[in-house]
Ligand binder design. Structure first.
Ligand code: SF4
Ligand code: SF4
Ligand code: SF4
Ligand code: FES
Length: 980
């Protein structure tokens, strides 16, 4: 397609927005409200151009073949200036003393671009106070230019639907929940609005008074300076004032550092720039992340205070009796190496075990498994995917061959139907959930949710199923059977791509709709509706998480999900596939890089002689052939006296493993226990040596997110005190045991991984530079596979396999004594047990402690109110917490978030596990509830977002602005604007 711009001809792609065309051609054009990730909002009118002689907004006009566009005609230029003049009427230009004067302020830059010297419409403050009630950001109505970017982001990208603008008011402003204080609204502090605000109206509090040279002056002095600027503006014009502010902005460059990192919390894999001044984190700025763009959640945007927490471990500690003393690194490392060598000599290498951290880097997991295998000589090596993801991986290994998400988040976004089973995605994978919420709200995507709790995704779903606990396998199999029996399967796909159809069909005989209805407590009509909706949908993605995997049938239920996708032909195409949502930031990568008892990196089997020979040659050692102990088996082996020593890094085992009392008792029995951590955690209490490590901001490396995306993180700041990156510590221990390693940078570790690991053959640091990423498998030439199965499945004949899975009863069912079902998991604000997130004061204010959700029915029956203290007792232990009465749970089901160090829910969970992977059946817990008779305030304060009242609307609703009596489209009533 050809268009003419300012008299010159250009080739452009059809379907592009005019504004994107002009931007790609580097033709200067003011554009205040436009943000490519939000799309046209049309509130600012500054992008007016003449297209074929008509004044139009470039952001809302598609380029068409033969179009003639003029961006700087007198008419277009005057319209742009008039529009921007109106904006300046809403914003006080005090750039030199503004924390947002960092070269990227849209208002500042547009003032410069249009060479505005004086404004026609005088600045008018608005009759509202600054709102500082959110712990993380502030809103200053006097600086708000009413562009509506924040509203669009909140309504249609984050889809929390908190923000709106009261266009009909004489003094419009941004409203939270239609007029509440920010801190008492439904705002989940995701930060989208702050990130996209083009000026300083919404700003991170961590920026205020910290970013500029003059911004920390007392308010009276600042006001005085602003008055001086206002006073001289009529005389000298904005040009000279902006020059001054640009000097101040340039001076900041030497002080303010922007470093790309990857989020250290969940598995979505958000990446962003961290702005720092010294060790102070000014802000987190997402924009270019391949998984997240401008999106974050509360943890990624604001949950970083732990890095500078006063209680970080900064020196090695050695146990002396019941306490610890500080030690030098040499002393601590010598002790570790000596005791490991002694234990190996006395009891053999399998008396030692190693646990890698799924919060640490791929390179660190690789080194940990190399230490275990090549230096000590044991396969006793695991990571916390054992606690959550191993069953999903098994389900995929059985059916399609690779243990990873079969596409990308963009596939989930474009699917015509998304089904979520046992996953509270809006809280646990918040940014990924926004893509589903957006597609559902704006693009007609259908949503089916199956969960015990009515979580946010369930509230939004077209169909919501609440099956009995632990029965997902049954209804999933019944739905698949119905599809097969009624000729709704994708027969051509099955014929071409799938083995084992006949045996599988036969195995489904017991899974009738009637039986499923009885077992699962779901109406037959609903099951038929689900089956037909899936069968009829052009493209289906199924998402699942710990609500599926943490059961005795976790692997089999994951298999049933993949079977259903195969029967309906929902693999091998964009917008389809299986998506087990990985929990920790690098739980995928830890397993990918060999932190498992049975696999070398890249899922190469340790008991395969040829594979072993390859690693033996590369590492110049002989390696153990027998698969080692997994986490669960390690605990039993300690109790049995077979396992004497452990080395764990970045894993709060004593709280997050199931049946915590049993686990803690085991850890206490170890002869020699090494913990490597950033804080003195509960698990550290059992250690003999504690080595202070550095969190992600203090080191380099790579993480692999849920969509198999490998991304680099760069060092933001130096390690605190004497703490050190984990890879350096592991290397030092290995070398003290004679390994002779010499890695100077994590990139050198990856240079060793890639040639040994076909899955990662083409991964290099250069190919991952900056925001570049790769989704494995990565061929030697660097080509990757965002869509995992495009040419074949990962089996020798290239075909997938339907894998029959029988039904068996859940463990630990309710009885007369333990009559209530206890469900547990994470919540939005805290990550896991909360060791990191509790150190962010604002998160603690919003969600200070754990609690127990109780249904209104049960609350009435037992006389419980929100705030009542209750004790939950199981066959394994007790916990105390306050109740929150809520309709999220039903009947005799309770829910307890796992964010507690004092009262961890795992004191009452059992040692039952998934039969195949030994993933604990955390979600199969029965308890007795005792009301303790004391009552306090609701453990969730009024400021928690749950109590807000969102105001869903279509977006900014600019049409309401256009209907105002005082609105005219710029250029249509041209007044003379002073230019230059
Ligand atoms: S939820 Fe809160 S932080 Fe997130 S976009 Fe909406 S108003 Fe902003
Ligand atoms: S607060 Fe919202 S409407 Fe106001 S300037 Fe910022 S993004 Fe625009
Ligand atoms: S916790 Fe997850 S969703 Fe939130 S910012 Fe980090 S990666 Fe993104
Ligand atoms: S950028 Fe087009 S109307 Fe604002």
């Amino acid at each position: 397609m050809q268009i003419t711009v300012n008299g010159k001809r250009f080739e452009v792609k059809s379907g592009q927005r005019m504004i994107d065309v002009l931007n790609s051609l580097d033709i200067p054009l003011p554009q205040v409200c436009y943000h490519p990730q939000l799309g046209p909002i049309e509130t600012c009118d500054t992008c007016m151009v003449e297209a074929d002689g008509k004044l139009v907004r470039a952001c809302a006009t598609p380029a068409s073949d033969g179009m003639s566009v003029v961006t700087s005609s007198p008419r277009a230029g005057a319209a742009q200036r008039q529009a921007f003049d109106r904006i300046l009427g809403n914003h006080l230009l005090y750039c030199t003393v503004c924390d947002n004067n960092n070269g990227n302020c849209t208002v500042h830059n547009t003032t410069a671009l249009l060479a505005v010297e004086h404004q026609q419409i005088p600045y008018q403050p608005k009759p509202y106070a600054v709102d500082l009630s959110n712990p993380f950001y502030r809103y200053d109505p006097d600086q708000c230019i009413l562009c509506g970017r924040c509203v669009e982001a909140c309504q249609n990208l984050q889809v929390n639907e908190t923000l709106s603008i009261n266009w009909e008011d004489p003094h419009p402003r941004v409203l939270w929940d239609g007029g509440a204080k920010i801190g008492e609204s439904s705002c989940v502090s995701c930060g989208h609005c702050v990130t996209v605000c083009p000026c300083n109206a919404l700003m991170e509090k961590s920026m205020l008074g910290e970013a500029g040279y003059f911004t920390s002056l007392p308010k009276t002095a600042l006001d005085g300076m602003i008055d001086v600027v206002k006073g001289i503006e009529p005389e000298i014009g904005y040009g000279a004032i902006l020059e001054l502010s640009e000097i101040e902005s340039a001076m900041r460059e030497g002080q303010v550092k922007c470093t790309k990192t990857v989020c250290t919390y969940c598995g979505v894999g958000c990446s962003y720039d961290i702005w720092t001044r010294g060790r102070h984190i000014l802000k987190v700025e997402p924009e270019h992340g391949p998984a997240n763009g401008v999106s974050t959640c509360i943890k990624g945007k604001f949950g970083w205070d732990y890095v500078n927490s006063a209680d970080r471990l900064t020196k090695p500690l050695i146990r002396e009796g019941d306490s610890f003393r500080e030690a030098t690194w040499d002393e601590a490392l010598d002790l570790v190496a000596r005791r490991f060598a002694e234990i190996k000599k006395e009891s053999g290498p399998d008396a030692l075990a190693f646990i890698s951290s799924s919060k640490c880097t791929n390179e660190e997991s690789y080194l940990m498994q190399k230490l275990a295998r090549a230096v000590i000589g044991t396969n006793n090596m695991d990571n916390c995917s054992r606690y959550c993801q191993a069953p999903a991986t098994t389900g995929l290994f059985r059916t399609v061959g690779f243990g990873g998400d079969s596409g990308s988040i963009s596939d989930i976004e474009q699917a015509s139907l998304v089904m979520i089973v046992g996953s509270n995605a809006a809280e646990n994978h918040p940014v990924l959930a926004t893509r589903v919420k957006r597609a559902h709200k704006l693009h007609g995507q259908k949503l089916i949710v199956s969960d015990l709790r009515k979580n946010e995704m369930a509230e939004r779903a077209d169909v919501f199923l609440q099956p009995r606990p632990g029965t997902d396998l049954f209804w999933l199999s019944a739905v698949t059977k119905y599809i097969l029996d009624n000729g709704l399967a994708k027969q051509a796909f099955l014929d071409q791509w799938v083995n084992g159809v006949a045996e599988y069909r036969e195995s489904l005989a017991p899974f009738t709709l009637e039986m499923a209805s009885e077992r699962c407590g779901l109406p037959i009509e609903t099951l038929i509706q689900v089956a037909r909706t899936i069968a009829e949908a052009p493209t289906v993605c199924i998402l699942w998480a710990m609500g599926v995997t943490q059961h005795v049938m976790g692997s089999d239920t994951s298999t049933a999900i993949s079977n259903l996708l195969l029967v309906t032909g929902n693999y091998m195409r964009p917008g389809t596939g299986a998506y087990p949502l990985r929990g920790h930031n690098n739980v995928q990568g830890a397993s990918d890089h060999g932190a498992m008892p049975n696999y070398f990196p890249g899922y190469q089997k340790v008991d395969d002689a040829e594979i072993r020979a390859k690693f033996e040659k590369a590492w110049n050692v002989s390696l153990p052939a027998k698969p080692g102990l997994d986490n669960h088996m390690m605990i039993d082996a300690i109790h049995d006296g077979r396992l004497k020593s452990m080395y764990v890094f970045g894993e709060e085992m004593s709280l997050v493993d199931s049946n915590a009392n049993y686990v803690s008792a085991a850890l206490a029995k170890l002869d020699f226990f090494v913990m490597q951590e950033i804080f003195f955690t509960e698990t550290c209490r059992f250690a003999d040596v504690i080595l202070p490590a550095s969190p992600s901001l203090e080191k380099e490396g790579t993480f692999t997110s849920t969509e198999r995306r490998i991304q680099r993180l760069y060092q933001v700041m130096e390690p605190l005190g004497e703490s050190r990156p984990d890879w350096e510590i592991i290397q030092d221990i290995a070398n003290r045991l004679g390994a002779g390693w010499d890695y100077k940078h994590p990139s050198e570790i990856y240079e060793e991984i890639a040639p040994l690991t076909p899955l990662m053959a083409g991964v290099t640091y250069e190919r991952l530079e900056g925001y570049k990423s790769l989704q494995w498998p990565v061929a030697e030439d660097g080509s990757d596979q965002p869509l995992l199965y495009s040419k074949q499945f990962q089996f020798p004949d290239g075909k997938a396999r339907l894998f029959p899975v029988p039904w068996s009863e859940p463990s630990n069912q309710q009885d007369a004594e333990y009559d209530l079902h206890l469900n547990n998991g994470r919540l939005l604000e805290h990550f896991h047990e909360g060791n990191m997130t509790y150190r962010t004061e604002g998160i603690k204010q919003k969600t200070p402690c754990t609690f127990v959700e109780v249904s209104p029915e049960l609350a009435t029956e037992r006389g419980i109110e929100s705030g009542s203290w209750v004790q939950l007792t199981s066959a394994y232990g007790k916990v105390r917490a306050q109740a929150v009465v809520t309709e999220r749970v039903q009947g005799k089901q309770l829910y307890m978030p796992m964010n507690s160090v004092e009262e961890p829910v795992n004191r009452v969970t059992s040692s039952y596990t998934d039969k195949v992977t030994h993933t604990p059946a955390y979600k199969e817990t029965s308890v007795h509830l005792k009301v303790l008779g004391e009552r306090g305030a609701n453990p969730l304060p009024r400021t928690n977002s749950r109590f807000g009242q969102p105001t869903p609307q279509k977006g900014v609703e600019v049409e309401r602005k256009w209907k105002r009596n005082d609105y005219t489209q710029p250029g249509n009533d041209l007044v003379q604007i002073k230019i230059g």
